[in-house]
Design a protein around this ligand. Structure first.
Ligand code: SF4
Length: 405
Protein backbone atom coordinates (compact mmCIF):
# COMPACT_ATOMS: atom_id res chain seq x y z
CA UNK A 1 0.00 0.00 0.00
CA UNK A 2 1.27 3.48 -0.76
CA UNK A 3 2.54 5.01 2.48
CA UNK A 4 0.71 8.26 1.80
CA UNK A 5 -2.66 6.50 1.90
CA UNK A 6 -2.03 5.05 5.36
CA UNK A 7 -2.72 7.01 8.52
CA UNK A 8 0.33 8.24 10.39
CA UNK A 9 1.01 8.72 14.07
CA UNK A 10 2.02 12.36 14.49
CA UNK A 11 4.56 13.26 17.18
CA UNK A 12 5.45 16.82 18.18
CA UNK A 13 8.54 17.28 20.34
CA UNK A 14 8.68 20.26 22.72
CA UNK A 15 12.36 20.31 23.72
CA UNK A 16 12.09 22.52 26.81
CA UNK A 17 12.26 21.83 30.55
CA UNK A 18 12.42 24.06 33.62
CA UNK A 19 15.60 22.25 34.65
CA UNK A 20 17.39 19.02 33.83
CA UNK A 21 16.56 15.91 35.84
CA UNK A 22 19.58 14.03 37.19
CA UNK A 23 19.04 10.93 35.03
CA UNK A 24 17.95 12.56 31.78
CA UNK A 25 19.78 12.31 28.48
CA UNK A 26 16.81 13.24 26.27
CA UNK A 27 17.06 16.14 23.86
CA UNK A 28 15.77 19.02 25.93
CA UNK A 29 16.93 22.53 26.77
CA UNK A 30 16.41 24.61 29.90
CA UNK A 31 13.61 27.05 29.09
CA UNK A 32 14.12 30.81 29.02
CA UNK A 33 11.30 33.40 29.09
CA UNK A 34 11.40 33.57 25.27
CA UNK A 35 11.96 29.94 24.36
CA UNK A 36 8.31 28.81 24.64
CA UNK A 37 7.24 31.37 22.02
CA UNK A 38 10.19 30.61 19.75
CA UNK A 39 9.64 26.86 19.84
CA UNK A 40 5.90 27.24 19.21
CA UNK A 41 6.59 29.50 16.23
CA UNK A 42 9.17 27.01 14.93
CA UNK A 43 6.80 24.07 15.24
CA UNK A 44 3.98 25.95 13.50
CA UNK A 45 6.41 26.84 10.75
CA UNK A 46 7.65 23.26 10.37
CA UNK A 47 4.05 22.10 10.25
CA UNK A 48 3.45 24.20 7.15
CA UNK A 49 6.42 22.70 5.34
CA UNK A 50 6.67 19.09 6.44
CA UNK A 51 4.63 17.23 3.82
CA UNK A 52 5.84 19.30 0.89
CA UNK A 53 9.48 19.37 1.93
CA UNK A 54 9.75 15.72 2.79
CA UNK A 55 7.30 14.27 0.30
CA UNK A 56 7.03 11.22 2.55
CA UNK A 57 6.39 8.06 0.58
CA UNK A 58 6.42 9.88 -2.74
CA UNK A 59 8.62 9.21 -5.73
CA UNK A 60 8.81 11.01 -9.04
CA UNK A 61 7.76 14.50 -10.04
CA UNK A 62 4.10 14.53 -9.01
CA UNK A 63 3.29 16.59 -5.89
CA UNK A 64 3.17 14.60 -2.66
CA UNK A 65 -0.23 13.55 -1.38
CA UNK A 66 -1.07 15.06 2.00
CA UNK A 67 -0.34 12.92 5.02
CA UNK A 68 -3.33 11.86 7.07
CA UNK A 69 -2.82 11.58 10.84
CA UNK A 70 -4.40 8.94 13.04
CA UNK A 71 -3.15 10.10 16.46
CA UNK A 72 -1.28 13.07 17.87
CA UNK A 73 1.22 12.98 20.72
CA UNK A 74 2.77 16.21 22.01
CA UNK A 75 5.71 15.14 24.17
CA UNK A 76 9.00 16.43 25.41
CA UNK A 77 10.64 17.80 27.32
CA UNK A 78 7.79 19.47 29.10
CA UNK A 79 5.02 20.60 26.73
CA UNK A 80 3.12 22.39 29.50
CA UNK A 81 5.91 25.00 29.49
CA UNK A 82 4.29 26.41 26.35
CA UNK A 83 1.13 27.39 28.26
CA UNK A 84 -2.47 26.72 27.25
CA UNK A 85 -2.50 29.35 24.48
CA UNK A 86 0.55 28.11 22.57
CA UNK A 87 -0.09 24.44 23.23
CA UNK A 88 -3.77 24.68 22.29
CA UNK A 89 -2.86 26.44 19.06
CA UNK A 90 -0.23 23.83 18.28
CA UNK A 91 -2.66 20.96 18.85
CA UNK A 92 -5.43 22.57 16.79
CA UNK A 93 -3.14 23.47 13.89
CA UNK A 94 -1.45 20.06 13.85
CA UNK A 95 -4.82 18.28 13.83
CA UNK A 96 -5.99 20.51 11.05
CA UNK A 97 -2.82 20.07 8.98
CA UNK A 98 -2.84 16.28 9.14
CA UNK A 99 -6.65 15.97 9.08
CA UNK A 100 -6.68 14.10 12.38
CA UNK A 101 -10.35 13.24 12.90
CA UNK A 102 -12.40 14.67 15.70
CA UNK A 103 -12.31 12.35 18.73
CA UNK A 104 -9.01 10.72 17.67
CA UNK A 105 -6.46 10.23 20.43
CA UNK A 106 -4.60 13.46 21.19
CA UNK A 107 -2.11 13.16 24.07
CA UNK A 108 0.14 15.57 25.83
CA UNK A 109 2.67 15.17 28.62
CA UNK A 110 3.01 17.30 31.71
CA UNK A 111 5.07 17.63 34.85
CA UNK A 112 3.10 17.40 38.10
CA UNK A 113 4.18 20.82 39.36
CA UNK A 114 2.81 22.49 36.27
CA UNK A 115 0.50 25.36 36.79
CA UNK A 116 -2.18 23.32 35.06
CA UNK A 117 -5.56 24.21 36.46
CA UNK A 118 -9.00 23.30 35.18
CA UNK A 119 -8.90 26.25 32.76
CA UNK A 120 -5.64 24.99 31.23
CA UNK A 121 -7.22 21.65 30.42
CA UNK A 122 -10.47 23.20 29.21
CA UNK A 123 -8.47 25.18 26.66
CA UNK A 124 -6.64 22.04 25.50
CA UNK A 125 -9.89 20.07 25.33
CA UNK A 126 -11.29 22.69 22.96
CA UNK A 127 -8.27 22.04 20.73
CA UNK A 128 -8.95 18.28 20.80
CA UNK A 129 -6.99 16.87 23.77
CA UNK A 130 -8.19 13.45 24.93
CA UNK A 131 -5.29 12.11 26.97
CA UNK A 132 -2.79 13.36 29.56
CA UNK A 133 0.40 11.60 30.60
CA UNK A 134 2.04 12.85 33.81
CA UNK A 135 5.68 12.06 34.55
CA UNK A 136 5.44 11.53 38.31
CA UNK A 137 8.16 8.83 38.58
CA UNK A 138 7.94 8.35 42.37
CA UNK A 139 5.97 9.36 45.45
CA UNK A 140 9.01 8.97 47.70
CA UNK A 141 10.60 12.32 48.57
CA UNK A 142 14.12 10.83 48.78
CA UNK A 143 13.79 9.23 45.35
CA UNK A 144 12.39 12.44 43.83
CA UNK A 145 15.38 14.37 45.19
CA UNK A 146 17.81 11.76 43.89
CA UNK A 147 16.19 11.95 40.44
CA UNK A 148 16.39 15.76 40.53
CA UNK A 149 12.68 16.10 39.88
CA UNK A 150 11.20 19.54 40.42
CA UNK A 151 7.97 18.36 42.08
CA UNK A 152 6.96 16.96 45.46
CA UNK A 153 5.10 13.77 46.21
CA UNK A 154 2.04 15.81 47.14
CA UNK A 155 1.76 17.65 43.80
CA UNK A 156 -1.17 15.54 42.62
CA UNK A 157 -3.68 18.34 41.92
CA UNK A 158 -3.06 18.06 38.19
CA UNK A 159 -4.94 14.75 38.02
CA UNK A 160 -8.05 16.16 39.71
CA UNK A 161 -7.92 19.27 37.53
CA UNK A 162 -7.65 17.24 34.33
CA UNK A 163 -10.44 14.93 35.39
CA UNK A 164 -12.68 17.85 36.42
CA UNK A 165 -12.14 19.52 33.07
CA UNK A 166 -13.10 16.28 31.30
CA UNK A 167 -9.84 14.79 29.97
CA UNK A 168 -10.87 11.29 28.94
CA UNK A 169 -7.73 9.33 29.75
CA UNK A 170 -5.15 9.93 32.48
CA UNK A 171 -1.80 8.19 32.60
CA UNK A 172 1.04 8.24 35.10
CA UNK A 173 4.72 7.28 34.66
CA UNK A 174 6.57 5.58 37.51
CA UNK A 175 10.21 4.48 37.61
CA UNK A 176 11.74 1.38 39.14
CA UNK A 177 15.25 0.02 39.40
CA UNK A 178 16.46 3.23 41.09
CA UNK A 179 19.66 3.19 43.15
CA UNK A 180 18.70 2.08 46.65
CA UNK A 181 15.01 1.68 45.79
CA UNK A 182 13.31 -0.94 47.93
CA UNK A 183 10.20 -2.93 47.09
CA UNK A 184 8.31 -1.16 49.88
CA UNK A 185 9.15 2.36 48.62
CA UNK A 186 8.03 1.39 45.14
CA UNK A 187 4.87 -0.22 46.52
CA UNK A 188 4.07 3.05 48.27
CA UNK A 189 4.42 4.90 44.97
CA UNK A 190 2.28 2.42 43.10
CA UNK A 191 -0.48 2.54 45.71
CA UNK A 192 -0.41 6.35 45.63
CA UNK A 193 -0.72 6.26 41.84
CA UNK A 194 -3.62 3.81 41.98
CA UNK A 195 -5.41 5.95 44.56
CA UNK A 196 -5.54 8.73 41.96
CA UNK A 197 -7.82 6.60 39.78
CA UNK A 198 -5.62 6.87 36.69
CA UNK A 199 -6.59 4.93 33.56
CA UNK A 200 -3.10 3.97 32.45
CA UNK A 201 0.24 3.29 34.14
CA UNK A 202 3.68 3.21 32.52
CA UNK A 203 6.46 1.54 34.52
CA UNK A 204 9.90 2.47 33.29
CA UNK A 205 13.14 0.89 34.44
CA UNK A 206 15.81 3.49 35.08
CA UNK A 207 18.39 3.35 32.34
CA UNK A 208 21.50 4.69 33.95
CA UNK A 209 23.28 6.92 31.47
CA UNK A 210 26.97 7.33 32.35
CA UNK A 211 27.11 10.99 31.33
CA UNK A 212 24.25 12.12 33.60
CA UNK A 213 24.70 13.40 37.19
CA UNK A 214 22.99 10.26 38.49
CA UNK A 215 25.18 7.99 36.39
CA UNK A 216 28.31 9.79 37.60
CA UNK A 217 27.18 9.57 41.24
CA UNK A 218 26.80 5.80 40.89
CA UNK A 219 30.15 5.54 39.14
CA UNK A 220 31.83 7.46 41.98
CA UNK A 221 30.23 5.09 44.49
CA UNK A 222 28.10 7.83 46.08
CA UNK A 223 24.96 5.83 45.28
CA UNK A 224 24.49 2.07 45.09
CA UNK A 225 24.14 0.57 41.62
CA UNK A 226 20.49 0.20 40.61
CA UNK A 227 18.75 -3.04 39.80
CA UNK A 228 19.12 -5.08 42.98
CA UNK A 229 15.37 -5.27 43.59
CA UNK A 230 14.17 -4.42 40.08
CA UNK A 231 12.81 -7.86 39.13
CA UNK A 232 10.90 -8.27 42.40
CA UNK A 233 9.46 -4.77 42.04
CA UNK A 234 8.43 -5.27 38.42
CA UNK A 235 6.66 -8.60 38.87
CA UNK A 236 4.96 -7.51 42.11
CA UNK A 237 3.72 -4.40 40.29
CA UNK A 238 2.47 -6.46 37.39
CA UNK A 239 0.41 -8.67 39.74
CA UNK A 240 -0.93 -5.66 41.64
CA UNK A 241 -1.89 -3.75 38.50
CA UNK A 242 -3.67 -6.72 37.02
CA UNK A 243 -5.59 -7.24 40.26
CA UNK A 244 -6.75 -3.62 39.95
CA UNK A 245 -8.01 -4.13 36.39
CA UNK A 246 -5.01 -2.75 34.46
CA UNK A 247 -4.09 -5.18 31.70
CA UNK A 248 -0.50 -5.27 30.58
CA UNK A 249 -0.41 -4.62 26.85
CA UNK A 250 3.30 -3.90 26.44
CA UNK A 251 6.35 -4.61 28.60
CA UNK A 252 6.09 -1.24 30.37
CA UNK A 253 2.45 -0.31 29.85
CA UNK A 254 -0.81 -1.16 31.60
CA UNK A 255 -4.28 0.09 30.81
CA UNK A 256 -7.85 -0.17 31.90
CA UNK A 257 -10.18 -1.31 29.12
CA UNK A 258 -10.37 1.30 26.36
CA UNK A 259 -7.35 3.26 27.61
CA UNK A 260 -4.40 1.84 25.70
CA UNK A 261 -2.19 4.48 24.11
CA UNK A 262 -3.05 4.17 20.42
CA UNK A 263 -0.17 6.41 19.41
CA UNK A 264 2.43 4.12 20.96
CA UNK A 265 0.67 1.12 19.47
CA UNK A 266 1.46 2.55 16.03
CA UNK A 267 5.18 2.34 16.89
CA UNK A 268 4.87 -1.24 18.16
CA UNK A 269 2.96 -2.22 15.03
CA UNK A 270 5.83 -0.74 12.99
CA UNK A 271 3.30 1.64 11.47
CA UNK A 272 4.16 4.96 9.80
CA UNK A 273 4.77 8.07 11.86
CA UNK A 274 5.91 11.61 11.40
CA UNK A 275 7.79 13.71 13.93
CA UNK A 276 8.15 17.47 14.27
CA UNK A 277 10.63 19.38 16.42
CA UNK A 278 14.32 18.97 17.24
CA UNK A 279 15.46 15.31 17.20
CA UNK A 280 12.00 14.07 16.14
CA UNK A 281 11.99 11.02 13.89
CA UNK A 282 9.75 10.28 10.89
CA UNK A 283 9.35 6.90 9.25
CA UNK A 284 7.05 6.14 6.33
CA UNK A 285 8.16 2.52 6.05
CA UNK A 286 10.74 3.37 3.41
CA UNK A 287 12.95 6.14 4.74
CA UNK A 288 13.61 7.09 8.33
CA UNK A 289 14.56 10.69 8.92
CA UNK A 290 15.68 12.37 12.09
CA UNK A 291 15.50 16.11 12.60
CA UNK A 292 18.61 17.81 13.82
CA UNK A 293 18.69 17.75 17.64
CA UNK A 294 20.29 21.19 17.79
CA UNK A 295 17.60 23.70 18.80
CA UNK A 296 19.13 26.72 17.05
CA UNK A 297 19.92 24.75 13.88
CA UNK A 298 16.37 23.41 13.82
CA UNK A 299 14.87 26.90 14.38
CA UNK A 300 17.05 28.29 11.64
CA UNK A 301 16.10 25.53 9.19
CA UNK A 302 12.35 25.78 9.73
CA UNK A 303 12.51 29.58 9.55
CA UNK A 304 14.03 29.27 6.09
CA UNK A 305 11.44 26.68 5.14
CA UNK A 306 14.20 24.13 4.66
CA UNK A 307 14.88 20.62 5.87
CA UNK A 308 15.54 20.34 9.59
CA UNK A 309 16.75 16.78 8.99
CA UNK A 310 19.99 15.76 10.64
CA UNK A 311 20.20 12.34 9.02
CA UNK A 312 18.31 9.80 6.98
CA UNK A 313 18.54 6.04 6.63
CA UNK A 314 16.80 3.44 4.53
CA UNK A 315 16.66 0.21 6.51
CA UNK A 316 17.03 -2.97 4.47
CA UNK A 317 14.18 -5.44 4.16
CA UNK A 318 15.92 -7.71 6.66
CA UNK A 319 16.28 -4.86 9.14
CA UNK A 320 12.60 -3.97 8.75
CA UNK A 321 11.61 -7.57 9.36
CA UNK A 322 13.68 -7.70 12.50
CA UNK A 323 12.25 -4.44 13.76
CA UNK A 324 8.69 -5.58 13.18
CA UNK A 325 9.36 -8.76 15.19
CA UNK A 326 11.17 -7.00 18.02
CA UNK A 327 8.51 -4.34 18.42
CA UNK A 328 5.57 -6.76 18.26
CA UNK A 329 7.16 -9.15 20.74
CA UNK A 330 7.19 -6.34 23.28
CA UNK A 331 3.38 -6.37 23.27
CA UNK A 332 0.99 -8.80 24.93
CA UNK A 333 -0.93 -9.12 21.65
CA UNK A 334 2.34 -10.44 20.30
CA UNK A 335 3.71 -10.98 16.81
CA UNK A 336 1.02 -12.11 14.39
CA UNK A 337 2.09 -15.02 12.19
CA UNK A 338 -0.48 -14.00 9.60
CA UNK A 339 0.57 -10.37 9.48
CA UNK A 340 4.25 -11.27 9.34
CA UNK A 341 3.74 -13.78 6.56
CA UNK A 342 1.49 -11.36 4.68
CA UNK A 343 4.14 -8.65 4.83
CA UNK A 344 7.30 -10.71 4.22
CA UNK A 345 6.16 -13.91 2.53
CA UNK A 346 7.73 -16.22 5.10
CA UNK A 347 6.82 -17.50 8.55
CA UNK A 348 8.18 -16.16 11.83
CA UNK A 349 10.08 -19.34 12.74
CA UNK A 350 11.55 -19.44 9.27
CA UNK A 351 12.80 -15.87 9.56
CA UNK A 352 14.09 -16.30 13.11
CA UNK A 353 15.22 -19.88 13.77
CA UNK A 354 16.47 -18.88 17.25
CA UNK A 355 12.87 -18.57 18.43
CA UNK A 356 12.38 -22.35 18.48
CA UNK A 357 14.72 -22.78 21.45
CA UNK A 358 12.91 -20.06 23.40
CA UNK A 359 9.58 -21.63 22.61
CA UNK A 360 10.79 -25.04 23.76
CA UNK A 361 12.18 -23.54 26.96
CA UNK A 362 8.91 -21.78 27.73
CA UNK A 363 10.34 -18.28 27.41
CA UNK A 364 8.14 -17.67 24.39
CA UNK A 365 4.61 -18.87 23.78
CA UNK A 366 2.67 -19.38 20.58
CA UNK A 367 -1.01 -18.56 21.04
CA UNK A 368 -3.33 -20.37 18.72
CA UNK A 369 -6.50 -18.55 17.82
CA UNK A 370 -6.60 -16.00 20.64
CA UNK A 371 -7.64 -13.77 17.76
CA UNK A 372 -9.60 -15.90 15.26
CA UNK A 373 -7.39 -17.14 12.44
CA UNK A 374 -4.22 -15.68 13.91
CA UNK A 375 -1.38 -17.43 15.69
CA UNK A 376 0.66 -15.05 17.76
CA UNK A 377 4.11 -15.26 19.28
CA UNK A 378 4.74 -13.52 22.54
CA UNK A 379 7.07 -13.47 25.54
CA UNK A 380 5.77 -15.81 28.24
CA UNK A 381 4.65 -14.38 31.53
CA UNK A 382 7.51 -14.27 34.00
CA UNK A 383 10.06 -13.69 31.28
CA UNK A 384 9.17 -10.12 30.38
CA UNK A 385 12.23 -8.71 32.12
CA UNK A 386 14.58 -10.73 29.95
CA UNK A 387 12.72 -9.69 26.81
CA UNK A 388 15.64 -7.62 25.62
CA UNK A 389 17.92 -10.63 25.72
CA UNK A 390 15.40 -12.79 23.89
CA UNK A 391 15.05 -10.05 21.30
CA UNK A 392 18.82 -9.75 20.93
CA UNK A 393 18.79 -13.47 20.09
CA UNK A 394 16.67 -12.71 17.04
CA UNK A 395 19.72 -11.22 15.42
CA UNK A 396 21.61 -14.37 15.89
CA UNK A 397 22.87 -13.95 19.28
CA UNK A 398 23.57 -14.27 22.83
CA UNK A 399 22.70 -16.63 25.63
CA UNK A 400 19.59 -16.06 27.69
CA UNK A 401 19.28 -16.06 31.44
CA UNK A 402 16.56 -17.56 33.53
CA UNK A 403 13.36 -15.58 33.87
CA UNK A 404 11.32 -14.98 36.97
CA UNK A 405 12.75 -17.99 38.71
S1 SF4 B 1 11.30 16.59 32.58
FE1 SF4 B 1 11.73 14.80 31.28
S2 SF4 B 1 12.77 15.63 29.46
FE2 SF4 B 1 12.83 17.22 31.06
S3 SF4 B 1 14.80 16.95 32.08
FE3 SF4 B 1 13.28 15.77 33.27
S4 SF4 B 1 13.34 13.70 32.37
FE4 SF4 B 1 14.37 15.08 30.93
Amino acid sequence: MNATRRSFGVYVHVPLCRRRCAYCDFISYVATPESGGRVTAGLLRELEHVPEVRGIGEKGPKPPAPIKGRTLYVGGGTPNILGAGNLGQLIARTRDRFRIPSGAEVSTESNPCANAGVGYFEALLRAGLTRLSVGFQSFDEGELRMLGRSHRSTDTGIFANARRAGVRSLSIDLMYGLPGQRPDTFKKSLEAALSLGVDHVSLYALKLEPSTPLGLAVERGELPPPDAAAADIYYAALDRLEAEGYAQYELSNFARPGHRCRHNEIYWEAGPFIGLGPSAVSDDGTARRRNTPDLEAWLDAVKRGGLPNGDEERPTEEERRLEMAMLALRTRDGLSEKRFRGRWGLGVAEAFPSLAAHLAAGRLELLHGSIPGEDRWRIARGHQLIADRILVDLVGGSSVDRGRG
